[in-house]
Ligand binder design. Structure first.
Ligand code: 5RP
Length: 214
């Protein structure tokens, strides 16, 4: 099966988790784009969506799905999003599309996080994919020095500005044997807005190539 086909199947499978009359949390990326298409086909059954990025907001709006503010919606029943890596415990690296901060906020606000991936995203140990860290621009060098001390090799994703007006450092060659501890440590560096490690709150359900992972 091609990677794209795996993404399509997972995106469509996630539609089965959507309940009538609900507001759905929507992630970002090419896998989520398939989910948004499926959501468009059932838009009359939902109240709307809370979006994690300008990119997803555009796709949702084009399909006539109301995009709501998380402050108004309150807690959500369901959040659907992709990932760059997923370990056997459902812990994730996210943020390849630079939308990690809003993604983490919506994941935290949601009762169930359904992660949709193709088989290539499955890993035994997180860390082959560079871990994105969103930083306040003036803190870029300071945060990079601290990330070096934590054993990673940060590289500035030059030219990319997040939806929140911040910058991204991608941390390469990280030994992530304890991703929960690393997530906590990175969060403590002044100037860090968000780290793309979703370990403390990972996925509740993982769908791989359209099939629910046991
Ligand atoms: C965006 C993300 C995406 O979920 C992640 O990059 C996977 O994207 P894709 O589905 O296009 O492979 O975290 O910030």
């Amino acid at each position: 099966m091609s990677q794209n086909e795996g993404k399509r199947l997972s995106g469509e499978k996630a539609a089965e988790y959507v309940t009538d009359g609900s507001i759905v949390g929507v992630g970002t990326g090419s896998t989520v784009a398939f989910f948004i298409q499926a959501l468009g086909r059932m838009k009359h059954r939902i109240e709307g969506a809370v979006s994690s990025s300008e990119q997803s907001t555009r796709l949702l709006t084009e399909l006539g799905i109301p995009v709501l503010d998380l402050n108004a919606s309150g807690p959500l029943a369901l959040y659907v999003d992709g990932a760059d890596e997923c370990d056997p415990q459902g812990r994730l690296i996210k943020g390849g599309g630079a939308a990690l901060t809003r993604e983490k906020i919506i994941a935290e606000a949601s009762k169930q996080f359904v992660c949709i991936i193709d088989a290539s995203k499955q890993v035994k140990l997180l860390g082959k994919f560079p871990v994105p860290v969103e930083v306040i621009p003036m803190a870029r060098s300071l945060v990079a020095r601290e990330l070096l001390k934590l054993g990673g090799q940060p590289i500035w994703r030059e030219g990319v500005v997040t939806d929140n007006g911040n910058w991204i450092l991608d941390v390469h060659n990280w030994q992530l044997t304890d991703p929960v501890a690393m997530e906590r440590d990175v969060n403590q560096i002044p100037g860090v807005v968000c780290v793309g490690l979703f370990a403390r709150r990972g996925a509740d359900v993982v769908v791989v190539d359209g099939v629910l992972r046991a």
